[in-house]
Design a binder for this molecule. Structure first.
Ligand SMILES: N[C@@H](CCC[C@H](N)C(=O)O)C(=O)O
Length: 272
């Protein structure tokens, strides 16, 4: 089985080319692939499959089958879809330009050149109301936002580097019955924030694209904007992305890098 390894602001993925949909991608296989000691290592898996073969929206030729590191399925991945697009162009499966990718959250518009950053139209964020996260005995108020998947974006006054994200934050399961990705963000300047994230199904990661959009929305509201708006610079442990909120949709721009490729030996899986 071939694989490619890539990342977007160090949110890293194992990419599995499976154009005709023949791969039986079990949760156990995903967890092993993402294991940083026994497998290849990654925050998630991107299976690259034709929409037709996956029973998805054929308005887009390709479907991003995204899985979290624990094997669970998520609707959308903002860094993953940019890496997915970079892979398609690199592999000669798509031309540089503008086209859609199908995801479980619907079609997403890609803008990709022959090299460099990739921009994705992330769609219109949906406000989910306010909630609370518990972290290391402290309670943080946050803004719930859906960017195709659920987020709780919590403003803090201190540098985010000092927060203890070694354990999953607590949250209101009645508000987020399917779980939630929790972000903590601090203002650094005019429409400029830093954030850290604890992702549902993957733990703390060095970036989360859908989370950066949720944070931009929450930061805009916290700034007094009646409607989330503006171009936001979001610093994450793995780099920097730009989020643009234009009232009707949102855009995420940032690096998408392929770093390795090779063959997977499923026989290398350890039996417990
Ligand atoms: N890292 C991703 C988000 C991946 C899915 C998330 N963990 C979930 O379960 O919703 C991103 O870049 O958006």
């Amino acid at each position: 089985m071939r694989f490619v390894k890539g990342h977007g602001t160090e949110n890293d993925f194992v990419i599995l080319p499976d154009p005709d949909g023949g791969l039986d991608l079990t949760p156990e296989l995903v967890a092993w692939l993402c294991d940083r000691r026994a497998g290849i290592g990654g925050d998630g898996v991107l299976r690259v499959v034709r929409s037709k073969a996956a029973g998805q929206d054929e308005a887009a030729e390709w479907f991003m089958d995204y899985r979290n590191a624990d094997g669970s399925i998520a609707e959308m991945c903002g860094n993953g879809i940019r890496v997915f697009a970079r892979y398609l162009v690199d592999a000669g499966l798509a031309e540089p330009g503008e086209w859609d990718v199908a995801t479980r959250a619907g079609l997403r518009g890609i803008s990709v050149g022959a090299a460099g950053d990739v921009r994705v139209d992330m769609g219109a964020p949906v406000l989910l109301g306010t909630g609370e996260a518990e972290l290391a005995g402290r309670t943080f108020a946050g803004q719930g936002v859906s960017t195709g998947n659920p987020h709780l974006a919590c403003p803090v006054d201190e540098p985010v580097a000092g927060l203890d994200l070694s354990r999953a934050p607590g949250f209101d399961a009645a508000m987020f019955p399917e779980g939630v990705n929790v972000e903590f963000f601090r203002f650094l300047g005019d429409r400029h924030v830093e954030m850290r994230v604890f992702e549902r199904g993957s733990g703390e990661t060095r970036s989360c694209g859908t989370g950066t959009v949720a944070v931009a929305v929450a930061a805009s509201l916290a700034s007094g904007d009646a409607v989330p708006a503006g171009e936001w610079t979001v610093d994450v442990p793995g780099g920097r992305v730009t989020v643009t909120l234009d009232g009707s949709t949102s855009y995420l721009s940032g690096p998408a890098v392929l770093v390795a490729e090779g063959d997977i030996r499923p026989g290398g899986r350890r039996s417990r």
